[in-house]
Design a protein around this ligand. Structure first.
Ligand code: GAL
Length: 666
């Protein structure tokens, strides 16, 4: 029932954020918008993301007439609506009358009215104001035929440190630890005389002027605030659900490290959605197009894995973004290719921020479908129309799923803990890079990958890869043991299994609780300077190791590669150990990607995992697949400007620069 209207739309959603309340005095523009939307094959718009001051210009005075007529007109023209709750941005009257609705910084300075997404999630008055406006929207529009989805807030992120949040944090800690003695034990607080004698002494951490030395506390504050934010979203969903039970809810997520554990947030949502703004054509970070494609793909697969089902690309830019150090135009072909990449990764939509550029405000030059010239005769508009046509042509793919036998463990709690950890390399840990290199190497094997957390269910996967899983929750070793025992293959890499969920070091040798499964003990870890490297030999070839080198004692494992330099020359750098019906591999360093490609290809073959395509990697060509009712859709995507040829079965497929092809195989 909940998905009925959404599913009744035949084919993908195409559209984006639309802000007609910025143009209410220009009826001819609104007419033109609808005409151009139809021309571009737009079948959905997201309304009201930041419309609070248009709905409630002064406290308690509501006006929805403009939205009534907009919803009606859109529907009459075959365009559906995703309706947002406006909690991502508040009107100035609210901050003036209720300053406690504004967030407080770590240095305990209250924000002035400004920007957006800066509310305190503890503020009772803010929650109340949000509840009122959300209920009004739900009551008024729940039956509107145009409505297909609720969009809660916008890209929720960040933390607050106000007195109310401090109180709530202490209550959260009490709930978690029960006694102050237990908290002191977990925080190891005799160190530097940090023992708390009473809950009231606990303050949230603060860079520069506050606690930064108790890692358990830092991690707990992140968890507390994540729980608070999830609760804030949950409250918004409840307000909507009071009147609207039959329409799915989502919130547009956009960053793995936005201060919220997205695995928790996903549980509250009916569908997951993502805002994606890759730095195509290198932009400010000087990476290659392929690297950018891998990073974009990582985000898309991450979002699909949040609920392990198709998701929605809620925002992307049809032309030039405005938020980067160097903002590049999307080169001809890239808009369509990047849209295909989203669909290939499991998205049910291609949506933009935004439909029409505003004339003022912070984002007046952020690329939109319609620019200030108001014309439909532009390169960008033609590109958007092309996407509309292709989505229509391939509408049968909607609902097709991605099946993955390989999972990458990329865990919010782990990377939150690693961020605060002091040792090895403190300035540049390169954690995300390491994870992404594994992911990139997997893409080069043409296998599908899910990106999961250590709390997720591992069953159904044949290969689990957990790079640098520093933090083990208490149950993690047992889960990994069982997974291997029952025939799974697992790869753990350097500096894994060091601390418990409170960042308290485990006694014994890492990886904690798994020495017998991996047949190794990690005794020490060396760090390398940024311009330094060691090398290893693997199957007769030499590869670089950067950043970290775990020094292993073998205890039954078979060494597969050896360090070639330094005092640990000759020691094992990669090991393999059979355990139960499965195999446990340990990769002791941050290996260069070329090694990962070779190594993963061997592991995948040995594990009996069937790739999407069994051909050697063709430079810059990404391959993904979706399946539905016995049909598989194969997506071939060339992220280079040069022509590439890839063999599928008996045939060579020639892809032009930024070219793509979808193959249907029954
Ligand atoms: C998103 C945000 C949009 C818009 C866009 C511009 O992060 O949700 O409102 O600001 O970025 O890139």
């Amino acid at each position: 029932m909940k998905y009925e209207k959404l599913e009744s739309i035949k084919g993908f959603l195409h559209g984006g954020d639309y802000n007609p309340d910025q143009w209410l005095d220009r009826p001819e523009i609104l007419d033109e918008d609808i005409r151009l939307m139809k021309q571009a094959g737009v079948n959905v718009v997201t309304l009201g993301v930041f419309s609070w001051s248009s709905y409630e210009p002064t406290e308690g005075v509501f006006q929805f007439d403009w939205l009534d007529s907009m919803m009606d007109r859109l529907y009459e023209n075959g365009i559906h609506v995703i309706l947002a709750t406006p909690s991502g941005g508040k009107p100035p009257w609210m901050a003036k009358k209720y300053p406690e609705t504004m967030r407080m910084r770590e240095d305990r300075v209250r924000h002035h009215y400004s920007d957006r997404e800066n509310q305190c999630n503890s503020s009772k008055i803010y929650r109340e104001k949000v509840r009122i406006i959300d209920e009004k929207l739900a009551e008024r529009y729940h039956n509107h035929p145009a409505l297909i989805m609720w969009h809660i807030s916008n890209e929720i992120y960040g933390t607050c440190h106000c007195p109310q949040c401090q109180e709530n944090f202490r209550a959260w800690l009490k709930q978690k630890y029960g006694t102050i003695e237990e908290l002191n034990r977990q925080y190891w607080s005799r160190f530097w005389s940090h023992q708390y004698s009473d809950w009231s002494e606990i303050e949230s951490p603060a860079a520069g002027i506050g606690e930064q030395a108790v890692h358990g506390l830092i991690l707990d504050y992140k968890r507390f605030y994540s729980d608070l934010t999830v609760d804030f979203i949950r409250q918004e969903i409840q307000a909507i659900r009071r009147y609207s039970r039959d329409i799915p809810v989502t919130t547009n997520t956009f960053h793995h490290d936005c201060g919220v554990n997205l695995a928790d947030l996903a549980k509250e949502l009916d569908v997951a959605s993502w805002d994606l703004y890759p730095r195509w054509h290198c932009g400010d970070d000087k990476t290659t197009e392929w690297d950018c494609a891998v990073s974009a793909s990582f985000d898309l697969d991450y979002c699909r894995s949040m609920k392990r089902q198709p998701f929605y690309l809620m925002e992307s830019v049809p032309s030039v973004p405005s938020q980067f150090a160097v903002c590049k135009l999307k080169r001809p072909g890239m808009h369509l290719l990047s849209s295909i990449q989203a669909i290939a990764s499991g998205s049910e939509s291609v949506q933009y921020f935004q439909w029409r550029k505003g004339r003022g405000g912070y984002e007046k030059f952020h690329g939109a479908v319609i620019s200030h010239n108001g014309s439909g005769e532009t390169r960008v508009f033609r590109d958007v129309c092309k996407v509309g046509r292709v989505l229509k042509e391939w509408k049968e793919i909607k609902g097709a799923v991605t099946e993955s036998k390989v999972a990458l463990v990329y865990d919010w709690e782990n990377f939150s803990a690693l961020a605060g950890q002091v040792s090895l390399k403190n300035k540049k840990k390169n954690f995300r890079e390491m994870v992404q290199e594994y992911y990139g190497a997997l893409l080069k094997q043409y296998v599908s990958v899910d990106i999961i957390s250590q709390n997720d269910d591992f069953s159904g996967y044949q290969l689990l890869i957990a790079p640098n899983l520093y933090l083990f929750r208490d149950e993690t070793p047992e889960k990994i043991r069982r997974f291997v025992e029952e025939g799974g293959n697992v790869i753990l890499s350097v500096y894994s299994g060091l601390v418990n969920e409170n960042d308290l070091a485990y006694e014994g040798y890492p990886p904690h609780g798994l020495n017998d499964v991996f047949g190794i003990r990690s005794e020490e870890v060396d760090s390398l300077c940024d311009d330094e490297y060691n090398t290893i030999t693997y199957r007769g070839k030499s590869y670089r190791v950067m950043d970290y080198c775990d020094l292993l004692q073998e205890d039954g494992a078979e060494p597969m590669a050896f360090y070639e330099r330094d005092f640990y020359k000759g020691m094992a750098a990669v090991t393999r150990h059979s355990y139960g019906r499965g195999t446990a591999y340990y990769v002791a360093g941050h290996m260069e990607e070329a090694f990962l490609v070779e190594f993963l290809s061997d592991v995948i073959r040995k594990a009996g995992i069937t790739p999407i395509l069994e051909v050697p990697y063709v430079s810059d060509v990404m391959v993904k697949e979706r399946k539905k009712n016995g049909t598989r859709y194969l997506f071939l995507m060339n992220f280079s400007m040069e022509t590439r040829t890839i063999r599928v079965g008996e045939h060579d497929h020639v892809l032009d620069g930024y070219g793509w092809e979808i193959l249907k195989q029954c």
